[in-house]
Design a protein around this ligand. Structure first.
Ligand code: NDP
Length: 249
């Protein structure tokens, strides 16, 4: 199913790799104009910029750390200068680490909460003046937030809080015609799997696959589709929801 986003102006955080890259490219191919950001300069940024040149529309790949309030302010200033308005925001940028709770340093707790949760507060608040009636915010959560995952208490705490933020904002911003939803991925196969030793990647694939009804991991494209649906007018009466995209975990 193809979802039309013609003429929509979107901001997607963390678009240089993985799920964010998939969302940016799918949205551009569906006719949207997209600004995306990344924290680090890398070959992935050049690769995304090259791929975007093959799509129609007006796209911009900018460096901005969503963990830094001043950089988010600057990012939204650039969005305003280039687009003048926003029809959609995807809070996708995220970081993860695996640490036993008993050994979790306070700095690491704060880093994970900041990038996975507080960044969404910064981005949505700064985007609000640009978001009009019919616009849509999609927060990328995690299926693990509801299920719980050992060694990731900090990460799942941040992702679970994203649901409360989403539901409250859906009620607060609904009268202005702004929808707010969560997409909660299960295990999606990104470049992170390519970076692992082959036997570890195969082991992880097998372990996660057996937990899903579809007996496999998800792809970046299969995650982008539901995000595009929530950004599009096809979902105009859906807000405050969490859409699990997890192969039936
Ligand atoms: P990746 O690590 O592959 O990509 C993360 C992206 O976010 C990169 O583009 C990275 O760019 C960017 N990013 C990270 N920190 C910052 C920051 N401070 N400022 C700006 N950009 C930043 O992650 P995934 O694609 O796997 O995950 C994307 C989202 O989906 C995350 O929110 C994650 O928690 C969630 N998720 C993923 C799952 C999966 O199976 N992959 C499962 C459940 C949820 P750079 O490093 O260049 O800064």
């Amino acid at each position: 199913m193809e979802l039309a986003l013609h003429g929509k102006k979107l901001l997607v955080t963390g678009g240089s790799r993985g799920i964010g890259r998939g969302i940016v490219l799918a949205a551009a191919r569906a006719g949207a104009d997209v600004v995306t950001c990344h924290q680090k300069d890398s070959d992935a940024v050049d690769s995304l910029a090259a791929a975007l040149k093959e799509t129609p529309g007006d796209h911009h790949v900018l460096r901005a750390d969503v963990g830094d309030t001043a950089e988010v302010d600057r990012l939204l200033g650039e969005v305003k200068d280039r687009f003048g308005r926003l029809d959609g925001v995807v809070n996708n940028a995220g970081v993860i680490s695996h640490i036993p709770f008993a050994e979790l340093p306070a700095e690491e707790w704060s880093r994970i909460i900041d990038t996975n949760l507080t960044a969404a507060y910064r981005v949505i608040q700064q985007a609000l003046p640009l978001l009009g009636t019919g616009s849509s915010v999609v927060n990328i959560g995690s299926r693990g937030a509801a299920a719980g995952i050992p060694l990731r208490a900090h990460y799942t705490a941040a992702k679970a809080a994203m649901t409360g933020l989403t539901r409250s904002l859906a009620k607060e911003l609904g009268p202005r015609g702004i929808r707010v939803n969560v997409v909660a991925p299960g295990v999606i196969e990104t470049e992170a799997f390519d970076a692992m030793p082959a036997d570890r990647a195969a082991g992880l694939r097998a372990t996660y696959a057996q937990k899903t009804a579809l007996a496999r991991l998800g792809t970046v494209g299969e995650l982008a589709g539901p995000v595009l649906f929530l950004l599009s007018d096809a979902s105009a009466y859906i807000t405050g929801e969490t859409l699990n995209v997890d192969g039936g975990i």
